[in-house]
Write a protein that binds this ligand. Structure first.
Ligand code: DGL
Length: 274
């Protein structure tokens, strides 16, 4: 296919909007389509098979809508589905299209930042159990010590607009303290879930001052910018009129009511079935 199209950004729900906002501020000239699988969120507690199947359906739909390049702005989908889609599905769908995730750029950043080489990962149960961060870090930085903590309540707190409340205080303290107990020499923590930036003030409060918190939005945006520079053939296939369109598997009205928590600006949203 020779046509040009928008860059696709996928998340299980609203969290990927924290990444999309940063991508747009780094690369405002491109067109974007965002797909949130809000009807089936959360992915964090689902099996490999289910996350893979849902993610593949979403990627195919974004391709059908004209995207040549899709960013999985979701750690759980990147952890459980990206590798299989890249290796098994893309060659059959269209070997010239690309799907990129959020794990690799985040791990590269941690490699630059950590001095003690003790790093922490805060993520969904699915991301933690997949051990994708462990594997990626082991591959790039074999000397690094990695400590993980699953935070299963954090996504529901954010999705339900409870991230400023007392419940959030309780669960952030619980999980951050558990991570610190395992990793007293840790100097860098990855927020390995796109929802967690909304809990950042509470996470910052619980962590010792010397610990650097790695948020993914800017990192993924910079990595995409670099990718497009290194791949002029892909860059040429990305349309550039500065538009953003949103698609949700839930009701468009519901998406419109919540989107403001994660994304500021004009939102044109349409409901789709996968
Ligand atoms: N957006 C997902 C992530 O970054 C979390 C939400 C979910 O569990 O679906 O892991």
């Amino acid at each position: 296919m020779n046509t040009i199209g928008p860059i696709g950004v996928f998340d299980s729900g609203y969290g990927g909007l924290t990444v999309l906002s940063k991508i747009i501020s780094h690369l405002p000239e491109y067109d974007y389509i965002y797909l949130g699988d809000n009807a089936r969120t959360p992915y964090g507690t689902r099996s490999f098979e289910v996350v893979y199947e849902y993610t593949l359906q979403s990627v195919r739909r974004l391709f059908d809508m004209g995207a040549h390049l899709v960013i999985l702005a979701c750690n759980t989908a990147s952890a459980k589905a990206l590798r299989t889609i890249q290796q098994n599905d893309l060659p059959g769908i269209d070997p010239d299209r690309r799907v990129l995730g959020v794990i690799r750029p985040s791990v590269e950043k941690v490699g630059e930042l950590s001095v003690t080489r003790h790093v922490g990962i805060l993520g969904t149960a699915g991301t933690v159990q997949s051990e994708s961060y462990l594997l990626e870090i082991r591959k790039l930085f074999p000397q690094m010590h990695v400590f993980q903590e699953a935070c299963p309540m954090w996504v529901p707190l954010v999705e339900n607009n409870e991230f400023n409340g007392k419940g959030a205080d309780y669960f952030v303290k619980k999980n951050v303290d558990a991570l610190l107990a395992k990793a007293p020499r840790m100097d860098t923590v990855i927020l390995a879930c796109t929802h967690y930036p909304l809990l950042l003030p509470k996470i910052r409060e619980r962590l010792p001052e010397g610990v650097t918190i790695v948020e993914q939005g800017n990192i993924v945006a910079e990595s995409l910018k670099d990718y497009l520079k290194r791949h002029p053939e892909m860059n040429a296939k990305c349309s550039k009129k500065g538009t953003v369109k949103f698609y949700t598997t839930e009701s468009a009205e519901k998406f419109r009511q919540t989107v403001g928590l994660f994304f500021s600006g004009d939102v044109q949203v349409e409901h789709i079935h996968l």
